[in-house]
Design a protein around this ligand. Structure first.
Ligand SMILES: [Zn+2]
Ligand SMILES: [Zn+2]
Ligand SMILES: [Zn+2]
Ligand SMILES: [Zn+2]
Length: 554
């Protein structure tokens, strides 16, 4: 069998269905998807708003709460306590399926009737003094932290585990006193690190391991007192560092110089570790993954992002733990044979379900616990369930929708509120043209600044605590932002200047540094072997295959 070329019904781009894909779709008893992998990602990513947080009342107790749902959104939103209380039951919202109306229209109505949880946080999440966090658990004294667990005194970050005193990081484990980190592990005091393991007290590192007191270095192993890959005496190193640290202007110059310097060195085709037979990036302890990103312990999966410990699945976003046979799911874990669903946990044979836990054989349900043979939150006999399910599937197949995620028209979030915008950014016009919604009222102000960017002192020693009372304006997008007292103490302790960009722009900048979720065909600059890498062919980096990189760097 050979690959079959398809045209995406949404964006008209060509994509291919490989023989291995056909096998998987047959196993899941779904037709071949009519959307390309990117359009499929955009759909499910619209169900996940990680970091746009609104202030609004709980629709039950009326307390003021932080929520991923806008106050004007048509959903009933409960605070975590009201949501977890025993005085309501999702079964009470059950409704008979009407075969004369489209299924997704009925699903949309159900989604709007059943209360929604204010945040993506579970009851036993154990977050202490960390109100402004989402999809996060077991964090203490943290602020604006997403998809993160077991962190302390950590701010403005995503995808971390067991980190302390860290600010502005994307994807990393066991960091302490780190700043502007992308894929940094087991490190302490690393500022502007990218692909760094086991490093201490260093600035501007790319692909370094076991380094201490290094500045502006690329591809180094077991080194200390190196400045742009050149060895210095301890005194000379400290003198140079003292001249630049703390100053916004000097660090900006150093960052620019470092980015140009790094272009002389080979870059590894990917950042996969302990993984075999995989394509994608940031894959750890995995086997046989295709076009996957940020996956740990994955096996035999394709088109996945940010899932862990999962096998035999396609098109998932987040979570994953202990799951297999998931198809086009977001935030689904400890589950088996689940299709087109959001946050299904401890269940199996669920399709088009939203936040449905400990359930089996459910179709189009929302908020159910221990559901069995349920459709639109109404329970049926086993026989009735299967007959009705077949009927709905026939309808979805006619529309080319069966096997795909919920259509964007019923997504709870607009494109620019959800992680879709972080990873596949669109302008408002593009988003609307592709059938997605757009939120014009994001929680932000512009023009309310009390201190212009050029009036912020260049050096951190010139900054006083009054800056925590000021409203700043982002140099890039003009959005207003503030510096918290704790954040100021961090910059002072670490000799770092006040950031001139808002959190949102800093976050997007880190995602750009991480690289796109897209693979390009290139050949290794050294041995000419064909490689698939996130470095586009027109990028200036020198890209080596893993073998050539390892032969030269380690
Ligand atoms: Zn498409
Ligand atoms: Zn409440
Ligand atoms: Zn900004
Ligand atoms: Zn090579």
């Amino acid at each position: 069998m050979t690959a079959q070329q398809m045209t995406c019904k949404n964006c008209n781009r060509l994509y291919s269905i490989e023989p291995e894909d056909l096998e998987f779709y047959e196993k899941m008893s779904v037709p071949v998807p009519r959307l390309c992998p990117d359009c499929r990602f955009k759909r499910r990513a619209q169900f996940r708003n990680e970091r746009i947080l609104y202030s609004r009342p709980c629709d039950k107790c009326k307390k003021s709460i932080i929520s991923v749902y806008h106050e004007e959104s048509p959903y009933t939103v409960y605070c975590l306590d009201c949501f977890d209380a025993d005085d309501w039951d999702a079964f009470q919202y059950g409704t008979p399926y009407d075969s004369h109306r489209p299924f997704f229209e009925q699903m949309d109505e159900l989604l709007k009737r059943v209360p929604k949880k204010a945040l993506g946080i579970t009851g036993g999440s154990n977050n202490i003094n960390s109100d402004y966090t989402n999809t996060a658990a077991n964090n203490k004294n943290c602020y604006l932290l997403f998809n993160t667990s077991y962190c302390e005194d950590t701010m403005y970050s995503r995808g971390l585990m067991r980190c302390r005193d860290t600010v502005d990081a994307y994807f990393g484990i066991d960091m302490e006193r780190c700043y502007e980190a992308v894929n940094v592990h087991q490190s302490s005091g690393v500022i502007f690190g990218h692909n760094v393991t086991n490093c201490v007290d260093s600035w501007f590192l790319l692909s370094c391991t076991d380094c201490i007191n290094c500045f502006g270095c690329v591809n180094l192993r077991h080194k200390s007192y190196h400045w742009f890959n050149e060895e210095l005496t301890k005194n000379e190193y400290e003198k140079r560092l003292a001249e630049v640290k703390g100053s916004c202007q000097k660090l900006n110059e150093m960052r620019k110089k470092f980015e140009e310097f790094a272009l002389q060195f080979p870059h590894r085709e990917n950042n996969n570790m302990k993984s075999e037979d995989c394509t994608g990036d940031y894959l750890f302890s995995s086997t046989a993954l295709r076009d996957c990103y940020e996956i740990t312990e994955g096996e035999n999966c394709k088109y996945m992002f940010a899932s862990k410990n999962i096998k035999d699945s396609y098109d998932t976003l987040g979570y994953g733990y202990g799951s297999e046979l998931l198809l086009d799911c977001a935030a689904t874990g400890y589950a088996n044979r689940v299709i087109g669903s959001y946050w299904v946990e401890n269940g199996h044979d669920c399709e088009y379900c939203f936040f449905t836990h400990a359930s089996e054989y459910c179709f189009g349900c929302d908020g159910l616990k221990k559901g069995k043979y349920c459709i639109l939150n109404r329970e049926y006999s086993e026989k009735e369930y299967h007959a009705l399910r077949e009927k709905i599937i026939d309808e979805l197949k006619r529309d080319g929708e069966y096997g795909l995620f919920f259509p964007p028209v019923i997504a709870p979030f607009s494109y620019n509120e959800a992680v879709a915008q972080d990873y596949m950014p669109l302008t408002k016009e593009e988003a609307l043209a592709q059938g997605y919604r757009w939120q014009d009222k994001l929680p932000m102000t512009v023009g309310a600044e009390t201190l212009a960017p050029e009036s912020i002192p260049d050096h951190i020693v010139q900054v006083t605590s009054t800056i925590t009372k000021d409203v700043l304006a982002c140099l890039d997008c003009k959005r207003n932002y503030k510096i918290t007292p704790k954040e100021l103490a961090f910059y002072q302790n670490m000799s770092l200047p006040i950031p001139r960009q808002c959190f949102s722009c800093r976050h997007v900048d880190r995602i750009k540094r991480r690289g796109p979720m897209k693979l390009f065909e290139r050949s290794c600059v050294k041995c000419s072997k064909d490689i698939r890498t996130t470095f586009a062919p027109n990028r200036p980096e020198i890209v080596y295959c893993v073998e050539c990189y390892q032969a030269e760097v380690i």
